[in-house]
Every structure is written in structure tokens, then in C-alpha cells.
Write a protein that binds this ligand. Sequence first.
Ligand SMILES: [Zn+2]
Length: 716
Amino acid sequence: MTYKTMKISKALFAFIALAAISCQGTKETAPQVSDNVLLQPWTGPYGGLPAFDRMSLTDLKPALEQGMEANLAEIEAIANNPEAPTFENTIVAMERSGNDLGRVYSYYGIWSSNVSSPEFREIQTEMAPRLSEFNSKITQNEKLFARIKAVYEASRQNPLPADQQRVVDLTYTSFAMNGAELDEASKARYSAINKELSSLHTSFSNNILADEEGYVTYLSADQLSGLPESFVKAAAKAATDRGKEGMYAVTNTRSSMDPFLTYSDERGLREKVWNIYYSRGDNGDEHDNNKLIAEILKLRDERVGLLGFDNYAQWRLQDRMAKTPENAMAMMEAVWPAAIARVAEEVADMQAVADANGDKIKIEPWDYRYYAEKVRKKKYDLDSDEVKQYLQLDKLREAMFFVAGELFNFQFTPLDSGVVPVFHADVKVWEVADKTSGELIGLWYLDPFARQGKRSGAWATTYRSYDSFDGEKTVLASNNSNFIKPAPGEPVLVSWDDAETFFHEFGHALHFLSSNVKYPTLNSGVRDYTEFQSQLLERWLATDEVINNYLVHYKTGAPIPQELVAKIKKAATFNQGFGTTEYLASALMDMYYHTTDPTNLDPDTFERETLEKLKMPKELVMRHRSPHFGHVFSGEGYATAYYGYMWADVLTADAGEAFQEAPGGFYDKDLADKLVKYLFAPRNSMDPAEAYRLFRGRDADIKALMRDRGFPVTDM
Ligand SMILES: [Zn+2]
């Protein structure tokens, strides 16, 4: 699945960014044992374990404060070291620093994602700006940067061993990218721009929220035709919550708009709901975002200008796998013609259904989802309840362990409760070891069920990552999901989509567990690459070995019928014209905005003219229109990064074909060895493009993605 990874990855990246912050500093001051549990070194088996059973919110703020203080002291010690800068006394010292704060962040992550509360959010609101200020103190430390630069420049003359060189390059680039090299006046302007941008980003995001909350469409009981019972129930509750008892509310969010447009028979209402949703931030009132976009683009452009870049995209992509905006654009432009051609076919299919039905209409954007659903029923009908009976959570977990055993030679052994401290009784822990040597690799924590205070969706994280520069570390990896907890003894039955997500997140965990890097920095993620490994792992769900042994009926134990699997696979290409086009229109726009001179740019005109040039089909719109494109304008996390989902999809499709073509298929031993050796274990210790070439013998071929989405493959 292409889009569901968005939420997951955003949080994962936030967490990685947080963890990365903690990796800057040193640990030369004498360790003192604090009486604050959150700061204490981890003790017990497996190289020490987080004290999840003893964590208390009252410790959090002092722990963060002390952790920051200790880290800054470490940084000062490195920066003021009287000895000449070397890899050891500067870079390695930084890699060794920030451990106290790193431990506190592990608990912080649990509070923010797994067991949140209003009390925690209060601390979070207070501490977020202080943590960001703390981070700036490190990135703007001039003496520290002078030493990093000296080591970097010496390494240009006398290159270091490959992994050390990579740490130096990544460290130097991240400081330089953030303005460490600027003179005093430019630095001041740089910070002023950042401050201004952060408030513009917040206003942008608040305006979207205001329009999401401010516009609600209320229906009466005679306007519910076509809507599923579950939607009607939720809509009744949403209306009651807003003081409109007896009515039904379609809220102005994707989760409400999408099913309404898919099922409602009321065309006039569909048009209304569609208009309200796609006008968020674009209503010409006090919540209009067009002016903000123009200002944000100008400031971003000015800031990268200070660093000597022509445009924002150039600056942003330098440490991505794509490397340049041109490479990212070329990938998108190669797929675009096929995507819009498929839209034309989909529209023709839908028009035929409408005509046969006697509906005297021409397909408009508010009709797309509605008639697409009718086509889906006709061509690809899948009974999701029938599929679910073959997808039991426990069996899926066993299937994942089987796959990890075959590909990674990992063995998972469940631990009795009480052996490892956990933050909730639902959390279960497994020991992970090498199947042949029995050597311990790490632990895998699973927090499977939804509960109050746990954020939605599914995600993966680590409490401790692997590195070996100060002795080998035991990995503590975790997977988290939101399945509904069953009655005791009942199986948890899940949808195909959720089963794929379960495999996806496990892919992230395997990526953590297989790491063989020497230095912590080499564990960092690369935005357009780090979803690839997890997306790829989803493909093992539909392999024969998994189907025949693990996708079995929860009552009869019979494997899922082949016809049903064939239907699922066929349905995967359904409506790809719509999905690919709405996504690409947004991703292309993101890149155009950040490669165009923003002087006098009017976003409204720019969006319209750009879409005209692209020949955007008029039956659909961008997945995120500019005035509510939060990925890009509510912050910088996904600015010129939205293309990354498809970039990772190209790699996934191409690597998937490598396994299809291998003599042993998806369980081919030689290819599995390469998979682990080049695509998983090195993490960020080698250039991703180079790593992929070592795996595949060539660059990824975009044609694989075209085949995957059911698009015709021509010479391209
Ligand atoms: Zn992911």
C-alpha cells in the first residue's frame, strides 16, 4: 500500500530525529548515578533494560533538564578540548555523548505514543521549545563546528576507513546544512528566518484545523441513502457531540469525506462535501493560506540562498537517495503519462456504469469515488469478511517469524511475563537470536492492542539500536499497533490491509535488528529510502509458504483458497489511475514550488497554471491542494520530500521482481543473503544508491513500478 505508510513514517521520522538529537555530545565527565529513574543506566539482563515498570511522569521534566545539561557539558568539553581535533577526540566523542538524554527519550516516546495523558501533553508543550533551543545550542556551537570541519577537511586529504568517513561526512553535512558555516550576520538572519518560518508553519496548520472544525455538513434522516451502517452510526454520534441530536454530521476530514463520497447516493450533497473539503485554507477569509504559502516559499528560498544554493529542493535533496531535484522529477515525469492515461480509462469505465444505470450525468470530481466503487463491485468484488477469517493475528506473527528465520536466520523465542519490564500488561516480549549460532541479537517488544491514550495507526521504534564502537549492543526493537483486543480465548481477525501493515512494521523492526553499523550516526534514516525495506517485507505476506501454513481459516484450519488470493492480488491494481495521479499531482507541485523563483509567486495562479501544463485530468484534484498541503507547509519534514513515497515504491517493485525471478523465488538463499548484507544491515553506512546496485547489479528500473500498478510498459 502506498499511502497508509504516511502517518506511520511521519511519526517514525519524528522519533528518529529525536533520537538523533541525543547522539550529539560526549561522555567524558564521570558518570554519577541519579536517583531519577529515567536517567539511570539500564540494568538487568540483555545488556540492561529500560525500567518501564517504574517510570513516573513526575520524573520527566527534571530528567529532560538534567539530560540536556549533561549533554551540553559533554559538548562543551569536546569543543574546548585543548588537543588538536581528531576523529577520535571529536567525532567519536560526539558519538559517545548524550546517553542520559537518549534514555530519557525512550521513556518520552512511550508516554507520547503508547500511554499518553493530558498531564504528559502539558509537559510536552512546555518542553518542546526548550528541546529545540537545546538542539540549536549544539548545532550553532562554533568551536564544535570548527573541530568537525577540521576533521572533515583533513579527511579530504587523507581519507579515513569507509565507515568512519561516512560518519564524518554525515556529521559535517548536517551541521553545514543548518548554517554552521555562516558568518555572524548571516547566522543571525538564518535564525530569524527559522523563527519566522516556525510561526508561519504553525499558522498554516492552525488554519487547516480551523477549516476542518469550522465546516460540518449536517444531514437529515432522509439524506442517508447508500451510506453504510457504520458510517451512519459515527455520523449520528458526531452530530450529537456538536449539539445536533437527531442529525448526521459529515465532518471536514478525510476519514469522513472519503467514505461519504464513496457511498452517498445524493449527488448534490457529494458536490457540497467535496467542495468544502478541497477548499480548506482557500476560502478567502481569515483562515486563507495562500499568502502564507508565498511568504514561506520566499523565506525558505532566502535561507538556502545564504548557504549558496539555487533553490530549496537542491539544498534538501543533497543527502537523500535521489540527490537532486532533477532525479526526483525524472522519476515522477516518467510515470505521469501512464497515470493520466489510466484515469481516462477509469473515467470511461465509470461513465459506462452511470449510463447503464440511467444516471444522466457526466463524471465530475465528486462522482469519482462513487462510481469507482460501483466498478470495483462489478470487476473485483472481494468480501472482506471472508478474507478476515483467514487472517489471525497470532498466525500472522508466526508467519513473520518464519519469514525472518528464512531470510535473516533469526529465531524468536517468547519470554515469560515478568522477565522483561513492560509499560502495559498487553506488551509481550520475544528474544531474538541467530538460528545457527544461538548468539543473542536483541529483544522484540509487541504492543498489539488499541487503548485510551495510545495514538492511532501502527509504528515501529527502537529503545536501543545496534552499534559496536564501544562493544556490541543488544537491540531493543518494538512494534505497535491498534488491533481491537478480543475476549479471552478468541482469535483476533484482521483485514488484508492490516495484515500488510503488520508485516510492514515488522520490516522496520528487522531493519533495526539486522543493523551491523559501528557508529550510532550510521543508524540514521534517509527519508526517501528508509520506507523501502519495510514496504518490501509486505510482499512476503502473499508468498505460498505463508499462505499455505499461516493464512488458515480460524475454525477449519484450511488454507485461504487460491481464487481468493488471486482476487486480492488483482484488486491491488484497481483505481491506480486515481491513486497515482492524485498523489503525483501533489508530489510534482511540491517540487515545482521549491524549484521556482518565489518572487511575486501567487500560489492560486501557480497551482492552476502548473496543473494546466501537466494536463491534469479535470475529473480529479491533487490529493492535497496547496492551501492545505500540510506535509509541505505545516513544517519542513516533508517539504520536497513527498516524492519519496514513490521513490521507495520504485525500489520495492524492482526488488520484488528480483525475488520473483530468482531460482528460489522469495526464499532464494543467495538473494536473501544479499538482501540482508546490502539493503538491511548497512543502514546508512553506505550510500543507498550504491547499496542498491550491489544488491541488484544495476539501478532500480521504474518499469517494475509500472507493472506493479498495472500500467502499460512502453519504452521510457
Ligand atoms: Zn513505515
